[in-house]
Ligand binder design. Structure first.
Ligand SMILES: C[S@@+](CC[C@H](N)C(=O)[O-])C[C@H]1O[C@@H](n2cnc3c(N)ncnc32)[C@H](O)[C@@H]1O
Length: 231
């Protein structure tokens, strides 16, 4: 891991942002292609989310914020599991129309809104009961991720939960699966981030005030790390 970190190029951009910052048609198609790819990759996890979090049992209205939600697949599957749940997808302004296409296609435009925004410069919409960070933290450096976790804490109601969904390495990194190790090798040179271990995420969440941190296996090597904002 250390050797690979040393091999990182000094100047590198997030691939998705690079596509999205430009207006060129070919580049826009790349963004659409990336979104479709993420949608397929995330589908199985999204489908398993309601049972993993007990969302089907909610008896009162709750709102889930999906930060960098992309195709909104997690929010779509969550909202479909219970009429008490509504969703807000926080996405870049120029990606918003793409996200809205997926929401419309799912027939859920009345229960899922797309809030345009940049998670580096803007706070998240307030009074949320759940904040989901799916395949977000592995794109960015640790100090940025701490800011994103802090923003998640600040926008949650007391008792609300932050949900991190990622392909995680094993706590004992030598026991990590080949899928998570391969993903880590891809993230290191092509993004500013890396794959995490459950205990690393729990530590960061607890440092920022979250309690009751837990690791929930989702699908194959994909897991959730969930934590609660104290009452
Ligand atoms: C790896 S994709 C994850 C998509 C989705 N959460 C999933 O797991 O399928 C990262 C997402 O973050 C969004 N994103 C990147 N930078 C962002 C920013 N500064 N503010 C808001 N969203 C951003 C991208 O548009 C993209 O949809």
């Amino acid at each position: 891991m250390k050797l690979l970190e040393c091999a990182r190029p000094q100047e590198k951009k997030d691939i998705m942002s690079e596509h999205l910052e430009q207006n060129d048609d070919e580049v826009a198609n790349n963004a659409r292609h990336f979104m479709n790819h993420m949608n397929s990759q995330s589908y199985c996890c999204a489908e398993s989310l309601p049972d993993a979090l007990g969302l089907r049992d909610l008896s009162e209205p709750k709102t889930l914020l999906d930060v960098g939600g992309g195709s909104a697949i997690y929010t779509i599957e969550a909202v479909k599991s219970n009429p008490n749940l509504s969703g807000v997808v926080f996405e870049l302004e120029n990606i918003k129309p793409l996200t809205e296409e997926f929401v419309e296609e799912a027939g859920l435009s009345d229960r899922i809104s797309v809030c345009p925004g940049d998670f580096f410069t803007e706070d998240f919409p307030k009074k949320m009961n759940y904040v989901l960070l799916s395949n977000i933290l592995h794109d960015w450096p640790d100090e940025t991720n701490l800011e994103l976790i802090e923003k998640s804490y600040n926008c949650l109601e007391p008792g609300g939960q932050v949900i991190i969904s990622e392909l995680l390495l094993d706590d004992d990194v030598k026991n990590s699966t080949s899928a998570s190790t391969s993903m880590n090798i891809i993230m290191l040179p092509y993004t500013k981030g890396r794959q995490y271990r459950p205990k690393e995420l729990k530590l960061r969440l607890e440092r920022l005030g979250f309690v009751n941190t837990r690791h929930i296996k989702l699908v194959d090597d994909y897991s959730l790390v969930v934590a609660t904002k104290p009452q």
